[in-house]
Design a protein around this ligand. Structure first.
Ligand code: HSE
Length: 291
């Protein structure tokens, strides 16, 4: 039997829609696998009641199929589904690492990215890799059709998760089909700034580079309290705030000495609009780990 822990992730980071992602230190999914004649899946933990155990409908089942690696698979969810923190990707990444090892498939972590992304297609309708890449590789990742670039960044973040849900499919339905050149120019500049910030471990540059005029503004109306939470986090010292993935999680980047105040401000702002939430005070961290 093999056990793998794969971290939650935050995709997009505002300016890098469907491209940027970071691994979070916490929370994480833990997946256990053992060889079996056919794949079966059991699920416990956060939001497990919403996750299908039928392998044909579970991201992990798609990964087992892609690796031709039938197994008895148990998923212990630390990352709640429909959170914007890469819940399905964490399970898919953990399963990909575990089954690759269990069956000696010999794929590198980079080669596992498109395999784990197959599972994402089940959830969102598209096999985007911006969550599975950081969950597999750790740090900050730039995932494009041509492959993945990874940076071992260590930026302090607060991921604040309200007790509401947004489906990735709904959040993709509100994305505009086209964008004004002016907005594209701004967003490219911000994405470049963010990337440099990650290479320098500079929360100020990363926060500045998270601004996005194209996708994020269309999505914020799906998250009750978003504007209040964003303002509160910035007032408490966050250097940048954006929707985490497809939401409803909200991601703030900050300096270490402001982290506690930023987390408190975000929790209080959600509470002020009548929504319970929890805040993960963590850092950009390591990728999936095999035990
Ligand atoms: N890049 C994807 C999106 C991530 O924002 O729709 C979904 O978790």
């Amino acid at each position: 039997m093999l056990t793998v822990r794969a971290p939650a992730t935050s995709a997009n980071l505002g300016s890098g829609f469907d491209v940027f992602g970071v691994a979070l230190g916490t929370p994480a999914d833990v997946v256990r696998v053992e060889r079996a004649p056919k794949t079966t899946i059991s699920v416990t933990g956060a939001g497990s009641e919403y996750i299908p155990e039928d392998p044909a409908q579970n991201t992990v089942g798609a990964v087992a199929d892609a690796l031709d690696a039938p197994a008895r698979i148990h998923i212990d969810k630390g990352v709640r589904p429909s959170s914007g923190l890469g819940s399905s990707a964490a399970s898919a990444a953990a399963a990909a690492v575990a089954l690759n090892d269990l069956y000696d498939r010999g794929y590198t972590r980079e080669e596992l990215v498109p395999i784990a992304a197959e599972g994402e297609a089940l959830v969102s309708g598209e096999a985007h890799a911006d969550n599975v890449a950081p969950s597999l590789l750790g740090g900050f990742t730039i995932a494009t059709d041509d492959g993945v670039t990874q940076v071992d960044a260590q930026i302090p973040v607060v991921a604040c998760l309200p007790e509401t849900a947004v489906s990735t499919r709904d959040a993709r339905d509100v994305i505009p089909d086209s964008a004004a050149l002016e907005d594209v120019v701004d967003t490219v500049g911000n994405a470049a700034t963010l990337t440099v910030g990650m290479t320098r471990n500079d929360p100020d540059l990363v926060g500045r580079g998270m601004e996005d005029a194209i996708v994020t503004p269309k999505r914020t109306s799906l998250i009750d309290g978003y504007e209040q939470v964003r303002t509160a986090a910035l007032d408490a010292g966050a250097t940048g705030v954006t929707v985490s993935g497809a939401g409803p999680g909200v991601l703030a980047v900050c300096h270490q000495h402001d982290q506690r105040a930023v987390a408190s401000a975000m929790l209080e702002a959600f509470e002020a609009v009548g929504i319970d939430s929890r805040a993960y005070q963590t850092r950009v961290g390591e990728g999936a780990r095999l035990y």
